[in-house]
Design a protein around this ligand. Structure first.
Ligand code: MLT
Length: 388
């Protein structure tokens, strides 16, 4: 069979991190090992019944069986705006400042096509969700990594970027609560970031998918739009995936600056046809009635976090206690690489964790644990790691 040559921009990509983890998992499983996957941020708890019932009722309506609107049902966009108002005190115009997404990954991946020209620079706080640099590259842009380390509290040093680099920068990507480190951004950092973006005319992309996975109600993660002036320069990506255990449903939203939301919408009109309306109506149910469920999920992740962090520390591993997200970020033992350690753990114990370098060079020397199994399996995974 003819083997066609991939386009250069695709040929040079490393394997997609989470697809590669699936592949390794399948390989070890085929050797008969009992796999415990802490490798991907995919909630193990089911989507709440009331959301499934809303989908069911909505799927029965024939008017929902045709093409949806490109920007999303107005009822979904209004539910997003109301949710932002209730949760963050932020006003959004559902007609112009909200667009539905087939999961936030889709929106993040398409955004650079709307705003990055070949040769433009994207500043990427890293370790990072792998899609930011990949999508930047697809648009012909270049990435400049801003390292997030324990020494800078996992906040990028905005002053380390030169004036010339700020001049060239078209976009800056930040992600708080942060995947993979679990760090959150204090208000002062966001204020400085918004000011810098406004002063330099840089688009500020905030990936906020994990704002609802917090562990201290007194320190709820912020939306970038809680900072005055942010709407001048920012777009925020959010998702129902993690908050309501809906990763498989593919539903999210982008909100904020009208020209940024509309620019993304223009790409989307040309490449996709929106989200099944029954999924959007289920999304409305989630956003309007889901808070008690989200609170119960937070309690479960907190219990897992408080079980895992001390156990890992007892093994001599240096792990952060995350303020938010369901990820633990730990250093690999001295003398090992991220990939070497993760592969040793997988091959010897069947426990899947994620190599830190998969999130960019500043992640080398770390690994990530996703708290995505119940207490008993988590204890089992921890005792297997301890036995190494
Ligand atoms: C992760 O494990 O980092 C996430 O689940 C990936 C994603 O949300 O696409």
């Amino acid at each position: 069979m003819t083997q066609f040559r991939l386009a250069d921009r695709v040929a040079k990509l490393p394997p997609y991190l989470f697809a590669e983890i699936d592949r390794l998992k399948a390989e070890v499983k085929s050797q008969g090992m009992d796999i415990i996957s802490l490798g991907i941020g995919d909630p193990d708890l089911p989507t709440p019944d009331f959301i499934i019932e809303a989908l069911h009722a909505s799927a029965k309506k024939p008017e929902n069986h045709q093409y949806p609107s490109y920007t999303g049902l107005l009822s979904f966009r209004k539910a997003v705006a109301d949710w932002y108002k209730t949760r963050f005190g932020v006003d959004l115009d559902p007609d112009n400042e909200v667009v539905s997404l087939i999961g936030s990954k889709e929106g993040i991946a398409h955004f650079p096509l709307a705003f990055i020209d070949p040769g433009d620079l994207a500043l990427i706080a890293s370790p990072n969700y792998p899609v930011y640099p990949v999508a930047t590259g697809f648009a012909g842009g270049e990435s400049l990594i801003l390292p997030l380390t324990p020494d800078n509290d996992f906040l990028p040093d905005l002053d380390a970027v030169s004036d010339a680099q700020w001049d060239r920068a078209k976009v800056i990507f930040v992600n708080y609560p942060n995947n993979p480190t679990g760090a959150t951004a204090p208000r002062e950092f966001y204020e400085k970031l918004v000011k810098k973006a406004r002063d330099t005319g840089t688009i500020l992309v905030s990936d906020a998918a994990y704002t609802e996975m917090y562990f201290d109600a007194a320190k709820k993660p912020l939306s970038i739009f809680e900072i005055p002036g942010a709407k001048d320069v920012a777009i925020e990506f959010h998702s129902l995936s993690k908050t309501y255990n809906m990763t498989g449903w593919r539903i999210g939203m982008a909100v904020g600056n009208e020209s940024l939301v509309k620019g993304l919408g223009k790409i989307k009109e040309n490449v996709d046809s929106g989200i099944f309306q029954a999924v959007q109506e289920a999304g409305v149910a989630a956003l309007t009635q889901g808070e008690p469920y989200a609170a119960s999920f937070r309690a479960i992740y907190k219990e897992r976090r408080d079980l895992a962090v001390p156990a890992l520390r007892k093994m001599g591993l240096d792990c952060r206690t995350p303020d938010a997200s369901f990820y633990l970020w730990c250093r690999v033992p001295a003398g090992e690489t991220s990939a070497g350690f993760v592969s040793r753990v997988l091959k010897n114990t069947g426990v899947v964790v994620t190599p830190g370098n998969g999130f960019g060079a500043p992640g080398e020397g770390f690994f990530r644990i996703a708290l995505t199994v119940g207490k008993q399996r988590l204890e089992e995974a921890l005792s297997r790691i301890a036995s190494l």
